[in-house]
Design a protein around this ligand. Structure first.
Ligand code: UDP
Length: 244
Protein backbone atom coordinates (compact mmCIF):
# COMPACT_ATOMS: atom_id res chain seq x y z
CA UNK A 1 0.00 0.00 0.00
CA UNK A 2 1.21 3.49 -0.85
CA UNK A 3 1.78 6.27 1.65
CA UNK A 4 0.09 9.27 0.07
CA UNK A 5 1.56 12.72 0.59
CA UNK A 6 -0.16 15.64 -1.12
CA UNK A 7 -1.62 13.30 -3.71
CA UNK A 8 1.62 11.47 -4.50
CA UNK A 9 1.83 7.79 -3.58
CA UNK A 10 5.14 6.79 -2.01
CA UNK A 11 6.35 3.22 -1.59
CA UNK A 12 7.17 2.69 2.07
CA UNK A 13 10.40 0.79 1.60
CA UNK A 14 13.85 0.52 3.09
CA UNK A 15 16.92 0.94 0.90
CA UNK A 16 17.27 -2.87 0.69
CA UNK A 17 13.65 -3.28 -0.33
CA UNK A 18 13.97 -0.52 -2.92
CA UNK A 19 17.07 -2.17 -4.41
CA UNK A 20 15.22 -5.50 -4.64
CA UNK A 21 12.22 -3.82 -6.26
CA UNK A 22 14.52 -2.18 -8.84
CA UNK A 23 16.31 -5.42 -9.63
CA UNK A 24 12.96 -7.17 -10.11
CA UNK A 25 12.19 -4.65 -12.88
CA UNK A 26 15.33 -5.45 -14.88
CA UNK A 27 14.30 -7.09 -18.19
CA UNK A 28 10.62 -6.39 -17.42
CA UNK A 29 10.99 -2.64 -17.67
CA UNK A 30 9.55 0.17 -15.65
CA UNK A 31 10.54 3.52 -14.21
CA UNK A 32 11.57 4.69 -10.79
CA UNK A 33 10.94 8.17 -9.42
CA UNK A 34 13.07 9.48 -6.58
CA UNK A 35 10.78 12.26 -5.45
CA UNK A 36 11.62 15.28 -3.31
CA UNK A 37 9.27 17.96 -1.91
CA UNK A 38 9.95 20.17 -4.91
CA UNK A 39 8.39 17.77 -7.40
CA UNK A 40 5.48 16.97 -5.07
CA UNK A 41 4.84 20.71 -4.79
CA UNK A 42 4.97 21.04 -8.59
CA UNK A 43 2.39 18.26 -8.96
CA UNK A 44 -0.22 20.25 -7.01
CA UNK A 45 -0.75 22.44 -10.06
CA UNK A 46 0.28 19.99 -12.74
CA UNK A 47 -2.13 17.07 -13.02
CA UNK A 48 -0.39 15.38 -15.99
CA UNK A 49 2.89 15.39 -14.05
CA UNK A 50 1.12 14.01 -10.98
CA UNK A 51 -0.21 11.15 -13.11
CA UNK A 52 3.27 10.45 -14.46
CA UNK A 53 4.69 10.23 -10.94
CA UNK A 54 1.83 8.08 -9.65
CA UNK A 55 2.16 5.75 -12.66
CA UNK A 56 5.80 5.01 -11.82
CA UNK A 57 6.63 1.44 -10.82
CA UNK A 58 8.43 2.67 -7.72
CA UNK A 59 8.32 6.07 -5.99
CA UNK A 60 10.81 6.58 -3.19
CA UNK A 61 11.36 9.48 -0.80
CA UNK A 62 14.47 11.36 -1.89
CA UNK A 63 14.48 14.35 0.42
CA UNK A 64 14.19 14.70 4.15
CA UNK A 65 11.16 16.97 3.67
CA UNK A 66 9.16 13.96 2.45
CA UNK A 67 10.13 11.97 5.55
CA UNK A 68 9.08 14.87 7.82
CA UNK A 69 5.78 15.19 5.93
CA UNK A 70 5.07 11.47 6.37
CA UNK A 71 5.69 11.84 10.12
CA UNK A 72 3.41 14.88 10.35
CA UNK A 73 0.68 12.83 8.65
CA UNK A 74 1.19 10.02 11.16
CA UNK A 75 2.31 7.60 8.44
CA UNK A 76 6.10 7.63 8.78
CA UNK A 77 8.02 6.33 5.80
CA UNK A 78 10.74 3.83 6.73
CA UNK A 79 13.69 5.82 5.42
CA UNK A 80 15.01 8.42 3.04
CA UNK A 81 16.28 6.88 -0.16
CA UNK A 82 18.57 9.22 -2.07
CA UNK A 83 18.40 8.39 -5.79
CA UNK A 84 22.19 8.66 -6.11
CA UNK A 85 22.66 5.92 -3.47
CA UNK A 86 19.83 3.73 -4.73
CA UNK A 87 21.14 3.72 -8.31
CA UNK A 88 24.71 3.10 -7.17
CA UNK A 89 23.62 0.11 -5.07
CA UNK A 90 21.66 -1.27 -8.03
CA UNK A 91 24.75 -0.81 -10.23
CA UNK A 92 26.91 -2.60 -7.65
CA UNK A 93 24.48 -5.54 -7.75
CA UNK A 94 24.38 -5.53 -11.56
CA UNK A 95 28.18 -5.56 -11.60
CA UNK A 96 28.14 -8.93 -9.84
CA UNK A 97 26.59 -10.47 -12.95
CA UNK A 98 28.40 -8.22 -15.47
CA UNK A 99 25.22 -6.26 -16.05
CA UNK A 100 25.24 -3.03 -18.00
CA UNK A 101 24.07 0.52 -17.59
CA UNK A 102 23.48 3.36 -20.03
CA UNK A 103 24.15 6.83 -18.59
CA UNK A 104 21.92 9.51 -20.08
CA UNK A 105 22.07 13.10 -18.93
CA UNK A 106 24.13 16.03 -17.68
CA UNK A 107 26.42 18.28 -19.70
CA UNK A 108 28.58 16.86 -22.52
CA UNK A 109 31.48 14.81 -21.15
CA UNK A 110 29.99 14.28 -17.68
CA UNK A 111 28.39 10.87 -18.35
CA UNK A 112 31.75 9.60 -19.69
CA UNK A 113 33.54 10.75 -16.53
CA UNK A 114 30.81 9.14 -14.42
CA UNK A 115 31.24 5.92 -16.43
CA UNK A 116 35.00 5.88 -15.72
CA UNK A 117 34.47 6.37 -12.00
CA UNK A 118 31.69 3.80 -11.73
CA UNK A 119 33.60 1.09 -13.60
CA UNK A 120 36.61 1.89 -11.40
CA UNK A 121 34.49 1.24 -8.32
CA UNK A 122 32.59 -1.75 -9.74
CA UNK A 123 34.88 -3.58 -12.16
CA UNK A 124 32.16 -6.04 -13.27
CA UNK A 125 29.89 -3.22 -14.40
CA UNK A 126 29.59 -2.65 -18.14
CA UNK A 127 28.72 0.76 -19.53
CA UNK A 128 26.62 0.07 -22.60
CA UNK A 129 26.69 3.71 -23.66
CA UNK A 130 26.49 7.34 -22.65
CA UNK A 131 24.78 10.47 -23.98
CA UNK A 132 24.53 13.99 -22.65
CA UNK A 133 21.19 15.42 -21.60
CA UNK A 134 21.03 18.33 -24.03
CA UNK A 135 19.82 16.46 -27.12
CA UNK A 136 17.17 17.93 -29.41
CA UNK A 137 15.94 14.75 -31.05
CA UNK A 138 14.94 11.83 -28.87
CA UNK A 139 14.67 9.16 -31.61
CA UNK A 140 18.44 8.64 -32.14
CA UNK A 141 18.97 8.46 -28.39
CA UNK A 142 16.27 5.79 -28.03
CA UNK A 143 17.83 3.85 -30.90
CA UNK A 144 21.29 4.08 -29.32
CA UNK A 145 19.94 2.79 -26.02
CA UNK A 146 18.04 -0.07 -27.68
CA UNK A 147 21.06 -1.02 -29.79
CA UNK A 148 23.27 -1.31 -26.71
CA UNK A 149 20.62 -3.14 -24.60
CA UNK A 150 21.41 -2.02 -21.05
CA UNK A 151 19.74 -3.55 -18.00
CA UNK A 152 19.61 -0.12 -16.36
CA UNK A 153 19.07 3.27 -17.94
CA UNK A 154 20.16 6.06 -15.58
CA UNK A 155 18.26 9.20 -16.60
CA UNK A 156 19.76 12.41 -15.21
CA UNK A 157 17.88 15.17 -17.00
CA UNK A 158 16.68 16.97 -13.87
CA UNK A 159 13.12 16.92 -12.56
CA UNK A 160 10.50 16.98 -13.97
CA UNK A 161 12.05 16.64 -17.45
CA UNK A 162 13.39 13.16 -16.69
CA UNK A 163 10.06 11.88 -15.31
CA UNK A 164 8.18 13.15 -18.38
CA UNK A 165 10.82 11.65 -20.68
CA UNK A 166 10.71 8.24 -18.95
CA UNK A 167 6.91 8.10 -19.06
CA UNK A 168 6.81 9.13 -22.73
CA UNK A 169 9.37 6.54 -23.76
CA UNK A 170 8.47 3.74 -21.40
CA UNK A 171 6.94 1.45 -24.03
CA UNK A 172 9.79 1.93 -26.51
CA UNK A 173 12.40 1.24 -23.86
CA UNK A 174 10.43 -1.53 -22.21
CA UNK A 175 13.21 -4.04 -21.57
CA UNK A 176 15.21 -1.74 -19.35
CA UNK A 177 14.72 -0.41 -15.89
CA UNK A 178 14.80 3.40 -15.93
CA UNK A 179 15.67 5.54 -12.94
CA UNK A 180 15.24 9.32 -12.76
CA UNK A 181 18.35 10.58 -11.01
CA UNK A 182 18.50 14.38 -11.19
CA UNK A 183 22.06 15.59 -10.79
CA UNK A 184 23.46 12.17 -9.78
CA UNK A 185 25.62 11.85 -12.90
CA UNK A 186 27.42 15.04 -11.82
CA UNK A 187 27.91 13.30 -8.46
CA UNK A 188 29.28 10.07 -9.98
CA UNK A 189 31.56 12.17 -12.20
CA UNK A 190 32.92 13.97 -9.12
CA UNK A 191 31.80 17.34 -10.49
CA UNK A 192 29.19 17.92 -7.80
CA UNK A 193 30.60 17.06 -4.40
CA UNK A 194 28.36 15.15 -2.05
CA UNK A 195 27.91 16.45 1.52
CA UNK A 196 30.31 14.83 4.00
CA UNK A 197 28.76 11.80 5.72
CA UNK A 198 28.33 13.70 9.03
CA UNK A 199 26.06 16.19 7.24
CA UNK A 200 24.20 13.34 5.56
CA UNK A 201 23.66 11.59 8.90
CA UNK A 202 22.24 14.81 10.36
CA UNK A 203 19.88 15.06 7.35
CA UNK A 204 21.56 18.32 6.36
CA UNK A 205 22.55 17.36 2.84
CA UNK A 206 20.12 20.01 1.52
CA UNK A 207 21.93 22.71 3.56
CA UNK A 208 25.31 21.63 2.21
CA UNK A 209 24.01 21.82 -1.36
CA UNK A 210 22.54 25.25 -0.63
CA UNK A 211 25.85 26.53 0.74
CA UNK A 212 27.73 25.17 -2.28
CA UNK A 213 25.14 26.46 -4.74
CA UNK A 214 23.30 29.45 -3.22
CA UNK A 215 21.18 29.83 -6.38
CA UNK A 216 19.23 26.75 -5.20
CA UNK A 217 17.45 29.02 -2.70
CA UNK A 218 14.85 29.78 -5.40
CA UNK A 219 13.99 26.09 -5.50
CA UNK A 220 14.28 25.41 -1.78
CA UNK A 221 12.01 28.26 -0.80
CA UNK A 222 9.10 25.94 -1.63
CA UNK A 223 10.06 23.52 1.15
CA UNK A 224 8.60 25.54 4.09
CA UNK A 225 5.36 26.04 2.12
CA UNK A 226 5.19 22.30 1.47
CA UNK A 227 5.67 21.39 5.15
CA UNK A 228 3.21 24.06 6.28
CA UNK A 229 0.57 22.78 3.87
CA UNK A 230 1.00 19.23 5.17
CA UNK A 231 0.72 20.51 8.77
CA UNK A 232 -2.46 22.45 8.01
CA UNK A 233 -4.02 19.41 6.35
CA UNK A 234 -3.22 17.31 9.39
CA UNK A 235 -4.59 19.95 11.79
CA UNK A 236 -7.78 20.30 9.74
CA UNK A 237 -8.15 16.52 9.82
CA UNK A 238 -8.85 16.60 6.11
CA UNK A 239 -8.10 13.57 4.08
CA UNK A 240 -6.14 15.25 1.35
CA UNK A 241 -4.17 12.10 0.97
CA UNK A 242 -5.96 10.46 -1.91
CA UNK A 243 -4.31 9.67 -5.20
CA UNK A 244 -6.51 11.24 -7.86
N1 UDP B 1 20.13 18.39 -17.28
C1 UDP B 1 20.15 17.73 -18.50
N2 UDP B 1 19.37 18.21 -19.50
C2 UDP B 1 18.57 19.29 -19.37
C3 UDP B 1 18.53 19.94 -18.10
C4 UDP B 1 19.33 19.46 -17.07
O1 UDP B 1 20.84 16.75 -18.66
O2 UDP B 1 17.90 19.67 -20.32
C5 UDP B 1 20.95 17.87 -16.18
C6 UDP B 1 21.91 18.87 -15.55
O3 UDP B 1 23.07 19.00 -16.36
C7 UDP B 1 22.16 18.21 -14.21
C8 UDP B 1 20.81 17.56 -13.90
O4 UDP B 1 20.11 17.47 -15.13
O5 UDP B 1 23.15 17.20 -14.35
C9 UDP B 1 19.97 18.33 -12.90
O6 UDP B 1 20.66 18.47 -11.72
P1 UDP B 1 20.00 19.09 -10.41
O7 UDP B 1 21.07 19.15 -9.37
O8 UDP B 1 19.27 20.35 -10.72
O9 UDP B 1 18.91 17.97 -10.07
P2 UDP B 1 18.38 17.46 -8.68
O10 UDP B 1 19.34 16.39 -8.25
O11 UDP B 1 18.31 18.62 -7.75
O12 UDP B 1 17.03 16.91 -9.07
Amino acid sequence: MKTVIEGIGFDNVTMDEAVKACLSMVKKGGYVVTANPEIVWLCRKDKPLKKIINNADLVVADGIGIIYASKILGKPLKERIPGIDLAETVMAKLAESHGSVFLLGAKPGVAELAAENLTGRYPGLRISGTADGYFKDTAPIIQKILDTGPELLAVGLGAPKQEIWMAENREKLKPCLMMGLGGSLDGYAGIAKRAPSRWQKLNLEWLYRLIKQPSRIKRMIKLPAFILTVMIRRLMGRNACEID
